[in-house]
Design a protein around this ligand. Structure first.
Ligand code: UP6
Length: 254
């Protein structure tokens, strides 16, 4: 997987959103996912408009918005379409299948009506995935960036087995190491990426953009505070995009 270009890996993807994401990365030449962890709808829309050209995915935590209203979704979708990036709701579904299905389709957020991609924990087993089954792409969490996580190697390998049992639904895996090397159709999404810092005050652990792509197998790197808390978020997004893409090019050429 690591040395194969996205243009070839797309042919192995079984999930239609993974296909879209590979194509977006290859054509826009970006493997940057922005974690838009802002609590104000207008701020997210403004940021999405400004950094849209440099990202392949915009990741939301829709439940942290203090002024969420359903009018937020239409402009967000419009910006995503115009700048050709996908919307990933990082809900990390982790309940029984029926509850996940309700959380995905109902409530105020109606995630299924706008998110191209969602994240899910494997903890509860296949019911979660059966509950989500539709046209979405799921990133299954196999490892996390948090210090002191309770996830074991066994949990991680069982998560990969679960992912492989649902190839039509799984777009990829959230992880920190180059796993599933024999599944080039899956996309590795890696958070915990920041230039110049190793941790935050609450257990987050960071690596550099170059390190996660070249040494840790990241296909798409998630950057939140490295961009949104920068003095110039647009310039920061460009910098991350350039470093990440150059690292990917180096990786496939070595
Ligand atoms: N995230 C992680 N680590 C994981 C999984 N997800 O940090 O293992 C998510 C967080 C946040 C983003 O929920 O939205 O990625 C990272 O943000 P940061 O770059 O500001 O630390």
């Amino acid at each position: 997987r690591l040395n194969i270009p996205f243009e070839k890996r797309v042919l192995e993807a079984k999930n239609p959103i993974a296909t879209k994401l590979f194509n977006i990365m290859a054509t826009k030449q970006t493997n940057l996912c922005l974690a838009a962890d802002l609590t104000d709808c207008t701020k997210i829309l403004n940021l999405a408009e400004q950094v849209g050209p440099y990202i392949c995915v915009l990741k939301t935590h829709i439940d942290i918005l203090e002024d969420f209203h359903s009018n937020f979704i239409q402009p967000l979708k419009e910006i995503a379409e115009r700048h050709n990036f996908l919307l990933l709701e990082d809900r990390k579904f982790a309940d029984i299948g029926n509850t996940c299905q309700l959380q995905y389709n109902k409530g105020v957020f109606k995630i299924s009506s706008w998110a191209n991609l969602v994240t899910a924990h494997s903890l509860m087993g296949k019911g979660v995935l059966e509950g989500l089954k539709s046209s979405v792409g799921v990133f299954l969490v196999a490892q996390v960036s948090a210090a002191g996580s309770l996830i074991t190697d066994n949990y991680t390998s069982s998560t990969l087995e679960l992912a492989q049992a649902f190839p039509d639904l799984i777009a990829g895996v959230v992880c920190q190491d180059p796993l599933f090397l024999d599944c080039p159709g899956f996309i590795q999404l890696t958070p915990g990426v920041k230039i110049g810092e190793k941790t935050d005050s609450l257990g987050q652990q960071y690596n550099s953009p170059e390190f996660v792509v070249k040494n840790k197998g990241a296909d798409v790197a998630v950057v939140g505070r490295g961009i949104i808390e920068a003095n110039d978020p647009v310039q920061a997004a460009k910098t991350y995009r350039n470093l990440l893409w150059r690292s990917y090019i180096d990786r496939i050429n070595c």
